[in-house]
Design a protein around this ligand. Sequence first.
Ligand SMILES: N[C@@H](CCC(=O)N[C@@H](CS)C(=O)NCC(=O)O)C(=O)O
Length: 231
Amino acid sequence: MASPKIIFYTNPICPWAHRGYIILKELGLPYEEVVIDLDTPREPWYLEVNPRGLVPSISYNGQIITESGIVARFLADAHPSHLLPPSGPVDNALYRARLDFFVDAFYSKVVPHFFSSLRATSLEDREISTKALVDAVAKEIEPLLEEGKGPFFGGSEKLTLAEVLSGAVLLRIATFAKPEYGLLHSSLPSQLEKLPKFKRWFEATTQHESVNFIYNEEVVATRTKQKFAKV
Ligand SMILES: N[C@@H](CCC(=O)N[C@@H](CS)C(=O)NCC(=O)O)C(=O)O
């Protein structure tokens, strides 16, 4: 198949746009990058691309697709690869349902505690949300990961759509817990390390080049600090 013409409207500091960088790199698709300034009101031309004014969006052979999860799923479906099997037969459909459930568990059960922890204004509150985050990983994520096979979702040796969708948050957890940034409780990494399957998944994902090639932790941490200081 000839390469599609892809324009990627993005901003590298945005965790949702980060999903787009990961999947485009992993699929080896060429694209034109258009960085949208998030500090100023969106220009009218961009509101025509995405009336919500958010990044990411893509233009794929002239068709606009918005919302990071939908963009990622579309690209994975349009370009079959190790990231996601086609939807049939039933075993594939079942695998996709399991992957969707895993990503849902991560975002609905774990990530809210990550945000509570960032917003905590006292050490006590931060400790409470840190414990809640670790407990949620133990209850919701650890049992869904495979042992003894590849480190990625479903025991895959290669990256999957699950890591495309969660890698940006995993990188931020690793960064924000560093003492120099102090955005999360410094005991978080050592607590998470006690969960062996999560630890392996976390390390393999955050060390994967397609996940981290765009990530500038200093810029992201500084910006996040400013944002939460304002809040
Ligand atoms: N649900 C959207 C969220 C995207 C989003 O919130 N993007 C932020 C940057 S990280 C944005 O464009 N903000 C611009 C604004 O709110 O004005 C997605 O997954 O694509």
